[in-house]
Design a binder for this molecule. Structure first.
Ligand SMILES: [Fe+2]
Length: 553
């Protein structure tokens, strides 16, 4: 596509949304400090019932400086609950991380940092609830791409009072140069990547995190909500697995393990999450969160602890008959030995599900960077999409549709045997009612999951990017054609209940013991810091036998 097209389409979406109903105007955006010690804001996350991680960074005061921190029951800091002093240094890029302990479960707190006579912005945070819980709001974020747009969706999250915790599915940063993925929008917005090259070294990754943490929408989101996260690929580089990555060239970018270590180390420095235990591998990053008696959530690590290499795509001329297709699907995609998860994580997952089922909790949530739903493309050309209507970058959809192949091979679609093993593990542990929260595709999805034998396994909500454009937008697909494609996907992808491929935004799920209400919140634009929001989808998720299904509100 031409780049003009991309901008035109983004602007068309803005106009469409402005005319829609249920719009909310942005207001109260947090001001970002342009100078002083605390230019990267504050953040909190990785909570349990009695503690939470508090984070900031010293932007200018870069010596071994004492840093005071305070956590209070009130926004005026009149009632300090706990406080302390810590230090930071160049060794951890002057990031500051403390674990505030001895807290009450399910309580809201306010926190801040002090250096000399400077005080950081105050943040608000929350511990995990204990005992009876009748309501929980989780927002799902994914794919926040600094050069490709303002983080308006983060800003909208900051103002959303229904949210108790924000879950980020990964691609919190991207590794590319501005030229690699960003221009001309990045230059138009003054959001060129720093450093302006593909990031490889520890210093590169630190500088990139610092740039992302300078965004006012991102700072507002972190200041307003307690953060739960898993990473996806771009926190290091595109499409990694345990032995390498699609976007890592050892000849010019050096040793893979060194680069991965650099990316993950910078991530732990810059994110409000607990550091690995001594001796624990950086890649072993998965968690179990218990929300009172209402829900248990397991976040998966699907990149650096257990994943085998992605299967190859069909070679030119390899698929000429149904038999060829059968061979590719069985022998290449269907390789039973290709793993996604580390055995240690599977053991923790099993334990979390068993204890959730034994406690009769209504909800079991899986947070994952990689979607589980089957995205096998239907034969779109026989369903009314002419190949000539597809821009060059999307012509592969006609080919994949012709052979009913997965959209791409990096999701669980490239690991069907591992997906079946995952479902079998969950079923044996007592759960066929998974509520999976994911992102990655830059498009919104509401899906109903099933195993290979068609047995329902729950539902999956996939969020679009905070600012990463969808393929439709990125390649300049006419909006009217995109709407027809979405309609075809809804009708002909067996597991897909609803999808939308143009807006950025986030997904929100509000759980009660009886039902969950899922809302897809779109933002009108990422080309300006001023935006409106609209609800693109709102349905209930309810029990259906041993599994889950969608129901109208
Ligand atoms: Fe992404």
């Amino acid at each position: 596509m031409t780049e003009v097209n991309r901008r035109t389409i983004l602007k068309m979406i803005a106009v469409t949304t402005a005319a829609g109903a249920a719009v909310r105007q942005a207001e109260g955006r947090q001001a970002v400090a342009a100078d002083g010690v605390f230019q990267h804001g504050v953040a909190s996350g990785d909570p349990d019932r009695s503690s939470v991680v508090l984070w900031t960074r010293l932007t200018t005061e870069q010596a071994d400086t004492p840093v005071q921190w305070q956590l209070a029951a009130d926004a005026d800091f009149a009632s300090i609950v706990t406080e302390g002093e810590t230090t930071t240094s160049a060794e951890r890029d002057f990031t500051v991380k403390v674990v505030a302990e001895g807290l009450e479960p399910g309580a809201t707190y306010h926190y801040r940092f002090l250096v000399g006579d400077e005080t950081s912005p105050a943040g608000r945070t929350k511990t995990l609830p204990e005992g009876p819980l009748d309501r929980l709001g989780i927002a799902v974020a994914s794919c926040s791409n600094y050069p490709l747009g303002h983080f308006t969706a983060y800003d909208a999250m900051a103002q959303d009072d229904e949210i108790d915790f924000v879950f980020h599915t990964g691609d919190y940063i991207y590794e590319y140069s501005t030229e690699g993925w960003g221009d001309p929008i990045a230059t138009e917005l003054g959001r060129q990547s720093l450093p302006d090259k593909e990031i490889v070294t520890l210093e590169d990754y630190r500088q990139r995190h610092a740039q992302y943490k300078s965004d006012p929408g991102l700072q507002a989101m972190h200041g307003a909500h307690c953060f739960i996260a898993c990473w996806d690929d771009h926190e290091v580089t595109n499409n990694p697995w345990t032995g390498g990555a699609g976007n890592h060239q050892p000849d010019t970018e050096g040793d893979w393990e060194t680069r991965r270590e650099a990316g993950l180390r910078a991530y732990f420095e810059w994110m409000p999450i607990r550091d690995p235990a001594p001796g624990q591998a950086l890649g072993d990053y998965w968690r179990t969160y218990r929300f009172g008696d209402l829900a248990t959530m397991v976040t998966l690590e699907t990149r650096h602890s257990g994943r085998d290499e992605q299967p190859r795509y069909p070679a030119d001329g390899e698929l000429n008959s149904p038999e060829d297709r059968g061979r590719y699907v069985t022998e290449i995609l269907g390789d039973p030995n290709r793993r996604m998860l580390a055995p240690e994580m599977e053991a923790d997952l099993r334990e979390a599900i068993v204890s959730s089922v034994e406690a009769s909790e209504p909800w079991r949530l899986i947070g994952t960077a990689s979607p589980m739903v089957r995205f096998h493309i239907p034969d779109i050309t026989s369903l009314g999409i002419a190949e000539s209507e597809l821009p060059d970058g999307l012509k592969y959809l006609a080919f994949n549709g012709q052979w009913n192949l997965p959209w791409y091979n990096d999701t669980w679609d490239g690991y069907p045997a591992a997906r079946e093993a995952f479902y079998a593990l969950c079923r044996e542990a007592g759960a066929e009612d998974l509520l999976v929260l994911t992102g990655d595709t830059h498009q919104f999805w509401a899906s109903a999951l099933a195993d290979a034998e068609g047995r329902p396994m729950g539902v999956e909500l996939g969020t679009a990017g905070i600012s990463s454009p969808s393929e439709y937008v990125d390649y300049g697909l006419e909006p009217e054609v995109g709407q027809r494609l979405d309609a075809i996907y809804m009708e002909h992808m067996p597991e897909v209940h609803w999808t939308e491929g143009f807006h950025n935004g986030y997904v929100k799920v509000v759980l009660t013991p009886e039902e969950a209400v899922a809302t897809v919140v779109g933002v009108s634009t990422v080309l300006s810091a001023d935006y409106e929001t609209l609800d693109l989808f709102r349905e209930r998720i309810v029990k259906s036998g041993p599994s889950l299904t969608y129901a109208p509100l």
